[in-house]
Every structure is written in structure tokens, then in C-alpha cells.
Design a protein around this ligand. Structure first.
Ligand code: ATP
Length: 238
């Protein structure tokens, strides 16, 4: 079996008195595409932020590449290949597309490799090449999502966490984003994907977890979960 790259055990996170994550266990193995689905406010984003070091955990542990990363900040974790694309994207609005991609490679010093990877991003996302000198803040939501993913890929992540990449996008953009997530996964990047669009997420995922009120309530193979009557009724709108 493939090596476990990310192992979350008994994770608890609170905002003041509000317990948002109440003892979550999940793991992601090398090259897997795992999705975390669940209703609004279930604690999915909070879980991702704790994993990537932007929120402190109250209890439990997170192991990355076999070692605890408790207390490490996101800058250190990006260097180690654990990278999140946040909901709302967070591109540098006053920089151009190309500058944003260059910023994504801030931990690297291989100039030729960086240039080659920018070319690779332009091949994955032709729209970014067309707009390469445009300020990121003037791009559409879907274009900014592509840029945010491209910028994250520029850091050569081992594990990429995507928080609702399809949120607010037109149907054509949603198709494109899911296609890119599947392609990036096929190229060997390990992915943890949080999505509102549970059906599409489960269709491309190897495995899935369902989160409800701060807890994992179900998990299984993506294809089995698509057929599960409880998942269908609660999360697939049937
Ligand atoms: P969504 O799909 O709507 O983004 P989610 O599953 O990602 O939801 P979280 O954003 O992790 O859920 O929120 C989990 C709970 O924690 C919610 O009840 C939310 O209101 C609460 N919460 C999130 N951020 C904060 C904060 N900064 N301060 C206080 N409570 C928060």
C-alpha cells in the first residue's frame, strides 16, 4: 500500500468557545485524490487550515511524511511541500499573472526550472498565457482560481489542499477546474479536495470523507460513496 503522507488523528480546533472540529481522523496516501465533503459550517475549512498551519489545534496530532507538524507555521510547511489553495483564492491582485506565478516559486532558486514551470502552467491554463501581463485583480473569478492553483503548483507541492475550487464559477469553468484537478492528480500530486459539489468531487476522488458538525461521519471509496443511499440523500440532492 502507498505511503501515508498526511495523517490527522483526533484533531480538535475551537474558535473561542465554539468547537468547530471535534476529534477528526483522516489520512491521505501518496498520489491519492481524497475529497472531504459536508454541509456548510461542518468544519472542512477549519480542518484544512489546521493541517496547513494557519490555525492552531486544540487537541490531537497531524503527521506529515511520518512526523508531527504540530506548531509549525504555513511558511515552513510550504517549504516541505504541504500547500493550500484557500477558498476565495487570495491571489496578489496588484501583481500580474506572471508575477503571481513567480511568487508561487519563492522557495525555489532554480531559475531555469521556474521558467519551465511557468511555461507548463501556461500550457495547463492557456487563459493565463493570454493574460500574462494583466493585473490579477482584474481577472474573472474562474481565471483567479486557475491562477491560484497555478501559483500553488509553482511551489512543487507534494500534497495540495484545495478549498472549494469550483465555488461561484460558471458551469464551463467548473468543468475546467475539475479537469485540471484530475490532471494534476494524474501527474502524481497528492490532493485533499474540499468541495460543495459533492457529486463531481466523488466522481474524481479515490476516497471520500463526509464531515458533519465537526466530526467525520462516513468514509469510503469515491465510487462506493456515490452509490450510498445516505450520501445520495444528504449530499447529492436525491
Ligand atoms: P463551508 O462549506 O460553509 O465553507 P466548512 O465546513 O468549511 O463550511 P468551517 O468554515 O470550517 O466550515 O466552519 C466550521 C464552524 O466554525 C462554523 O460553525 C463556523 O461558523 C465556525 N467558524 C469558522 N471560522 C470562524 C471564526 N473565524 N470565528 C468563529 N467561528 C468560526
Amino acid at each position: 500500500m502507498a505511503q501515508t503522507l498526511l495523517k490527522v488523528s483526533g484533531l480538535k480546533v475551537a474558535y473561542g468557545g465554539i468547537k468547530a472540529v471535534k476529534g477528526v481522523d483522516l489520512e491521505v496516501r501518496e498520489k491519492e485524490l481524497v475529497t472531504l465533503i459536508g454541509s456548510n459550517g461542518a468544519g472542512k475549512t477549519t480542518t484544512m487550515k489546521a493541517v496547513t498551519g494557519t490555525l492552531a489545534m486544540e487537541g490531537g496530532d497531524i503527521e506529515y511524511l511520518g512526523k508531527s507538524i504540530k506548531g509549525k507555521g504555513s511558511w515552513d510547511l510550504v517549504r516541505e511541500g504541504l500547500v493550500m489553495v484557500p477558498e476565495g483564492r487570495g491571489v496578489f491582485t496588484r501583481m500580474t499573472i506572471t508575477e503571481n506565478l513567480q511568487m508561487g516559486a519563492y522557495i525555489r532558486s532554480d531559475k531555469a526550472g521556474i521558467a519551465a514551470d511557468i511555461e507548463r502552467m501556461f500550457t495547463i491554463f492557456p487563459r493565463l498565457r493570454e493574460r500574462k501581463d494583466q493585473l490579477a485583480g482584474t481577472m474573472s473569478g474562474g481565471e483567479q482560481q486557475m491562477l491560484a492553483m497555478g501559483r500553488a503548483l509553482m511551489s512543487q507541492p507534494k500534497v495540495l489542499l484545495l478549498d472549494e475550487p469550483s465555488m461561484g464559477l460558471s458551469p464551463i469553468m467548473v468543468d475546467k477546474i475539475f479537469e485540471v484537478v484530475r490532471d494534476v492528480s494524474a501527474q502524481g500530486v497528492t490532493i485533499l479536495l474540499v468541495e460543495q459539489n459533492a457529486r463531481r468531487a466523488l466522481q474524481i476522488a479515490d476516497r471520500g470523507y463526509v464531515m458533519d458538525s465537526g466530526e467525520i461521519t462516513m468514509n469510503g471509496l469515491g465510487k462506493d460513496m456515490l452509490d450510498d443511499p445516505k450520501v445520495r440523500a444528504a449530499y447529492l440532492g436525491e
